[in-house]
Ligand binder design. Structure first.
Ligand SMILES: [Zn+2]
Length: 272
C-alpha cells in the first residue's frame, strides 16, 4: 500500500509536469474508483479545467483546478497507480484515463479498485481530511507534541503509528522500520515510552520518511512512480517482510506477529 513517501514521490513528479495543463477528456473504463454522485458529474467537473497546483495530505493527492476552484482528489488505496503524463495508451489495469491539452494522458491504474477519485469544492467534504493527524515532516510534528499525545495512550505504539487520526501517512512498512530503527518493541503501550525513546522515535520517523522519499519509495508489490518505475527503498528495508530472516544488526531471527489485524515485523533482541 502506498504510504507517505510513495505518494510524495508521485506528487513531486506531477508538480513538474501537470501545472498549466487542461483536462480535455476523461475515459472511464471502470467506474468503481470514481466516488462521485455520478460519472457524468465527475467528468463535467474536470473537463475544461486547468491544473493549477498539486499537493499531498497524508496519502492523498490533491490537484487544485482553475477556474472552478474545485479540488480533484486521488487516493490510491491498496494498489492505485498514477502513470504519466505520457503519450502511451491505457494499460490493462487502467480504470480512468485523463487526456490533457498537450496531447498526453494521465492514467489511473488500480488492480484491486480500492482507490478513490473525486472532485470536491472543499476538502471538508471528505472525512479523511477532517480527521487526519499532523504531517510527520511538517513543523507541527514536534517532540513535545508527540510526548503529550503518547502519555495517556495504552494502545501499543505500532498500531498507534498506523492510525491516520494520530499522525498522517505512515503505514505498515514504515511503522515497522521506524520502530526497528528506534529499538522500540512494537507491542509496548504508547504511554510506556520514556522521554529519550520519544525523542529518538521523533528523529527516526522523519529520517526514515525523508530517506524513503529520496529513494522514491518502496515497491513491495504494485507501487510504481509516474513513469511506471519501482522505488528503490526496498533495498534499505531492515525488518518489514523479513520473517525468520537474520536481523541485520544482531543476526537473531526477525519475528512476525499480528497486531490489530496487521502483520508486524521486529527483532526481539534489538527492540526492547
Ligand atoms: Zn536484532
Amino acid at each position: 500500500m502506498p504510504e507517505l513517501p510513495e505518494v510524495e514521490t508521485i506528487v513531486r513528479d506531477l508538480k513538474k509536469k501537470l501545472p498549466g495543463l487542461t483536462i480535455d477528456r476523461t475515459k472511464i473504463y471502470d467506474g468503481r474508483v470514481v466516488r462521485q454522485g455520478s460519472h457524468t458529474e465527475f467528468s463535467r467537473r474536470l473537463i475544461g479545467q486547468k491544473i493549477k497546483r498539486i499537493s499531498r495530505r497524508g496519502k492523498a493527492i490533491i490537484l487544485d483546478l482553475t477556474p472552478s476552484k474545485d479540488s480533484w482528489i486521488i487516493q490510491l488505496g491498496m494498489t492505485g497507480q498514477v502513470i504519466g503524463p505520457t503519450a502511451e495508451g491505457a494499460q490493462a489495469a487502467t480504470k480512468v484515463t485523463f487526456q490533457l491539452s498537450n496531447k498526453t494522458s494521465l492514467h489511473y491504474n488500480d488492480y484491486r479498485t480500492f482507490g478513490r477519485l473525486q472532485v470536491v469544492k472543499s476538502l471538508d467534504e471528505i472525512s479523511y481530511f477532517k480527521t487526519i493527524g499532523p504531517e510527520p515532516l511538517e513543523k507541527n510534528f514536534t517532540i513535545s507534541w508527540l510526548a503529550s499525545q503518547l502519555q495517556n495512550r495504552k494502545m501499543p505504539i505500532k498500531p498507534l503509528l498506523l492510525t491516520h487520526q494520530f499522525v498522517a501517512g505512515i503505514g505498515n512498512i514504515y511503522a515497522s522500520e521506524i520502530l526497528f530503527a528506534s529499538g522500540i518493541d512494537p507491542r509496548r503501550p504508547a504511554l510506556s515510552l520514556k522521554k529519550k525513546e520519544i525523542t529518538l522515535l521523533h528523529h527516526v520517523t522523519r529520517k526514515i520518511l525523508q530517506e524513503a522519499i529520496r529513494f522514491r519509495g518502496t515497491s513491495m508489490n504494485t507501487y510504481r512512480d509516474t513513469k511506471g518505475e519501482k522505488g528503490s527503498f526496498k533495498n534499505r528495508i531492515r525488518v518489514y517482510d523479513r520473517e525468520k530472516e537474520q536481523c541485520l544488526t544482531c543476526s537473531s531471527a526477525v519475528v512476525k506477529e499480528f497486531q490489530a489485524g496487521r502483520s508486524t515485523f521486529y527483532c526481539p533482541r534489538c527492540q526492547k
